[in-house]
Each structure stands twice: as C-alpha cells, then as structure tokens.
Design a protein around this ligand. Sequence first.
Ligand code: CDP
Ligand code: MG
Length: 134
Amino acid sequence: MIQQTLSIIKPDAVERNLSEDIKKKFLENKLKIIKIKKIQITKDEASEFYKVHQSKPFYEKLCSYLSSGPIVVMILEGENAIQENRRIMGATDPKNAEEGTIRKEYGISIDKNSVHGSDSPDNAKKEIDFFFKN
Ligand code: CDP
Ligand code: MG
C-alpha cells in the first residue's frame, strides 16, 4: 500500500550538514520526498508535537532539544512508507541500530539520534498535518 509518513532531520544532524546524506538514504530506498522545508520550532510547538510522551521522564529534555536548532521536515511517500522509514532509520538508540541505518551511521546518542519518523498511520496523518496543514 502506498503511504505517506513524516520524517524529521533533527538538530544534531542538520548542524553536522548531514541532510543531503540522509535524504539520499530515503531516495535509495524508494521513498519519494513529496514536501520538504527547513524550519526552527518553538519549545511550545515541540511540546505539542511530542505530546504522546508527556508522561515520560525524558519529555522536557526532548522538547528543548527538538526546538534547539533548525530541523528539516519532510513528507515521504512510497510502498509501506511508515514501516519502511522506521526500518531505514534504525532503532531509537543508535547503539542498537542495524548496520546501514541512519541512526547507526549518524546517531550520536539516544537523544541525538538524528531522525524522527511517524510510528503508525494515525500518527503519520497527525504529524503531517502538524507541519504541512496551512
Ligand atoms: O523516535 P522513536 O519513535 O524511535 O522513539 P520514541 O520512543 O518515540 O521516543 C521519541 C524520542 O525520544 C526518541 O527518538 C529519542 O530521541 C528520545 N528518547 C530519549 O531521549 N530517551 C529515551 N529513553 C527514549 C527516547
Ligand atoms: Mg516515536
């Protein structure tokens, strides 16, 4: 099934000029970049975006981090795009990520793990609307 999903290149990766290398990973794996923009969000916006994690101990730090510098947000499209993007990203903690994944190659730590990707069709829709609904 052709799906769309939301991808974010997080501040640690944008700062290290890895956006082009990361985009190449998606394209090589047959995901199309339908929309893309480079923005910086406020901490309030990050807190809204990551609301699902509000009860977690890492929530505060996560929201500060996502709003700490420019990010690149993208709509990716392709066959099973949601699951495919998660596979291409690799495990949340770069230490556990498979060879060849973005987080294995570029992630620094569990918090500076270079990319975000939607985890379900419902969240993909919500997250795409969050960044791209006018
Ligand atoms: O990003 P992903 O969907 O793989 O992981 P998540 O469980 O939805 O967590 C969201 C983000 O919170 C992760 O990408 C990590 O950057 C961060 N996190 C963290 O800093 N410490 C943890 N123990 C778990 C997640
Ligand atoms: Mg997640």
